[in-house]
Design a binder for this molecule. Structure first.
Ligand code: TRP
Length: 329
């Protein structure tokens, strides 16, 4: 039987080219080798998105993005997390074998506490139980379909390690029941930077949306921060923000030529930005047409997600039967 790959994208923002390079593209490559389960993590998004209309809109955007970029729903199980209640049932059972101390050490929670303390607020100010329990819900996503590998960005490494820990703890207590997953992290693209030079992330507001209107996308590319060195000066491409985005989108021969011109001096940032904007427009032209079409026909997305939910739920039900038997429920 083929091994299982699973990943989730949180509909908490419009998908950007950092998501594309870090997760979407690597995950799409795995579908030839694995039984793939790729889902919309709407229950995770609920920790931050508290507006029903926005939640629905972003869920469609995420689904349409994956489909437009080549996810084939006949070969991959595409679904909405909230359509699989077994995920949540498993979350409770796993939370009963998860040490609270493990959650206290989770990066996202610790960061929230540290920010509160630095600002002189009480340590758990604004921290919901959803944020605190987030890693257990994520372990359930992974474990419920017996995932072997989880393609994620490096910021999710700890979460997948927690899923391993939790599965192992469960197995130690109740006997071999759960498959123990492993993260698959593509380190080449782990550090894609945004327009301000920090890691590209919705939380910094520095992202370049994949399917942004091309003229607006070009404007955003023009805003990518660069230093003030003159075109003639030789520059190290490997430490240049702009080059580090461009190298993923230009053709191999263009990228090689630009690299040489960086090293020898003789290329200005404006020219590289122009090449990057063109490369993005070219790369996403066809997917953009598919994306617009799907967003204009949401009933097609609904149909695909309903079909995916039925398929995912079959596997999830079998896992839950096993788990309930193991714990005596
Ligand atoms: N926490 C992930 C993120 O923020 C999204 C996610 C939810 C996920 N469940 C998952 C990723 C299961 C991989 C597997 O990006």
């Amino acid at each position: 039987m083929a091994k299982v790959a699973l990943t989730g994208i949180k509909p908490s923002g419009t998908p950007h080219i950092g998501n594309y390079l870090g997760v979407i593209q690597p995950a799409l490559e795995l579908v030839n080798e694995f039984d793939a389960y790729y889902f919309i993590a709407d229950e995770h998004a609920l920790t931050t998105v508290h507006d029903a209309k926005q939640m629905r809109e972003l869920s469609y955007e995420v689904a349409a993005t994956w489909l437009a970029l080549g996810l084939d729903p006949d070969r991959t199980v595409v679904y909405r997390q909230s359509d699989i209640p077994e995920v949540f049932e498993l979350t409770w059972i796993l939370s009963c074998v998860t040490p609270k101390g493990l959650m206290n050490r989770a990066h996202a929670y610790k960061d929230a506490v540290a920010a509160n303390e630095a600002a002189g607020r009480t340590s758990d100010d604004g921290v919901s139980m959803g944020l605190f329990n987030y890693p257990i819900l994520m372990a359930s996503d992974i474990i419920v379909v017996d995932a072997d590998v989880v393609p994620v960005g490096s910021d999710q490494r700890q979460h997948v390690e927690y899923a391993r820990d939790i599965a192992e703890t469960f197995n130690r207590i109740f006997g071999e029941t759960l498959r123990v997953p492993e993260a698959r992290i593509d380190d080449n693209v782990a550090t894609i930077v945004g327009v301000d030079g920090r890691k590209m992330s919705k939380s910094y507001g520095n992202e370049i949306p994949i399917f942004m209107e091309p003229r607006a996308q070009r404007k955003l590319v023009m805003r990518i921060v660069t230093d003030s060195r003159a075109p003639e000066e030789p520059k190290d491409p490997s430490t240049d923000n702009l080059f580090r985005i461009y190298e993923h989108f230009g053709s191999p021969s263009d990228v090689a030529a630009v690299r040489t011109r960086y090293e020898s001096g003789g290329i200005g940032y404006g020219e590289v930005k122009d090449m990057l904007a063109n490369a993005l427009e070219g790369r996403f032209a066809e997917p953009r047409a598919r994306y617009d079409d799907l967003m204009a026909h949401r009933e097609r997305i609904d149909e695909i997600l309903a079909d995916g939910a039925a398929r995912a739920q079959k596997v999830a039900r079998a896992t839950l039967d096993r788990v309930r038997r193991a714990v005596g429920l």
